[in-house]
Design a protein around this ligand. Structure first.
Ligand code: BGC
Length: 391
């Protein structure tokens, strides 16, 4: 065993996204959640729609200060969250100053606690006027205009930015599997959307860098570990790295999200979470190594976590993944931070409220917050800024 010291100023954080925790949003997802087609599909599967409609969520919109007290009590110094485009620009070209003030208050509350914000500009939701999302005519122009507005408003308070959250993962669900809005399974549209996303990322990057060349801007992709190896060869390169490859001159750091092993042939082994996600901590190390070799850019782990309401797996999950991250640091990879997914239990998109990812449990009836035991495990590691690894 040896002790790894994480770099000075390492970002110890937790992450959320607006639609999953804020509550009270009005965007393409809220419309989809209540659409007749969606409700009929849930009814067909004998599921209760209430568990699949985001509604009030964790009411983080009103309770953010309480949540930041918890974040602070966990010795964390960074928070990743998204700014909800549909709040800022509910009608085309009309920016809502009150909502901008809301996010200013959020950032102020973080800074008062010495917690650094990392802002995601698109975490899968659109204002309702952006019909069919990334298919909308000139969408990259509108998206970049929104990003410029946010960049201008927050230029003095925010240094770290992510433009799109997991673009390829989202595209897979929206245009191939068809279980995310706008549910448009169509290979030709998929290519159009892909092109628009690449353009949207590049335009937003240029707009932000114009405001401040020192902004640190990331590209985020979901990086699974795939079995058997032949799938790994294809997916590792396509799902993990193709989008970042197309925008490789337009990011400062790679935001690496990692959750699990995806086995295409065999049933998962017995190390699984409550959603049958197969746990494979070593995979984060291999993805980090490949990513660093391809892109030669600093890495931030922008998401890593597991659905586990009873918190049986999470304490060990956190330790093991951080051990593999520590090993990569020891071998010379420039890793600048780790954000656990998630700070709070949240609305898990098409899967509704059942999967529980939070370091902090939410009682959805009373909105009471209860840190799970794993949060103390994480808090200790963050405080000591070290981890023991097997040599
Ligand atoms: C997404 C999150 C989601 C998490 C767990 C990631 O792909 O960015 O929004 O909650 O996975 O499924």
């Amino acid at each position: 065993m040896s002790k790894i010291l994480f770099p000075k100023d390492f970002l110890w954080g937790a992450a959320t996204s607006a639609h999953q925790v804020e509550g009270g949003n009005h965007n393409d997802w809220t419309e989809w959640e209540k659409s007749e087609k969606r409700l009929a599909a849930l009814k067909g599967r004998k599921l209760n729609p209430v568990d699949f409609i985001s509604n009030r969520a964790a009411d983080h919109y009103h309770l953010f200060e309480k949540d930041f007290d918890i974040l602070k009590s966990l010795n964390l110094n960074a928070y990743r969250f998204s700014i909800e485009w549909s709040r800022i620009e509910p009608e085309e070209g009309k920016f809502d100053q009150q909502e901008i003030e809301h996010y200013k208050a959020v950032i102020r509350a973080l800074r008062e606690q010495n917690i650094k914000p990392l802002i995601t500009l698109w975490h899968w939701t659109f204002p309702v006027w952006v019909k069919n999302g990334w298919e909308f005519p000139n969408v990259s122009f509108y998206f970049a205009r929104f990003c410029r507005k946010i960049g201008e408003e927050f230029k003095n308070e925010v240094r770290f930015w992510n433009i799109l959250n997991e673009p390829q993962y989202w595209l897979w669900h929206s245009h191939i599997i068809g279980d995310f809005p706008p549910e448009r399974k169509n290979i030709f549209l998929m290519f159009l959307v892909y092109k628009n996303m690449i353009r949207g990322h590049k335009e937003a990057f240029k707009a932000l860098k114009n405001i401040n060349p020192d902004f640190q801007i990331g590209v985020i992709e979901s990086t699974g570990w795939f079995e058997p190896w032949i799938f790994r060869f294809v997916f590792q390169n396509i799902r993990n790295f193709l989008f970042p490859y197309f925008v490789s001159n337009y990011f400062d750091f790679f935001g690496l999200n990692y959750y699990r092993k995806e086995n295409f042939l065999k049933k998962a082994n017995n190390r699984v979470s409550e959603s049958e996600w197969e746990i494979f901590p070593e995979g984060i190390y291999w993805n980090i190594m490949r990513c660093y070799k391809y892109f030669k850019k600093p890495i931030i782990i922008t998401e890593n976590g597991t659905p586990d309401a009873e918190d049986k797996i999470r304490p060990h999950f956190i330790k093991e993944h951080l051990m593999w991250i520590g090993k990569a640091i020891k071998e010379g990879v420039d890793i600048r931070g780790y954000f656990h997914w998630s700070l709070l239990d949240n609305f898990e998109w098409e899967s509704g409220y059942k999967p529980r990812f939070g370091l902090v449990e939410i009682d959805y009836k009373t909105l009471e917050r209860k840190p799970r035991p794993s949060s103390s495990v994480y808090a200790e590691i963050a405080k000591s800024n070290t981890i023991e690894i097997n040599n």
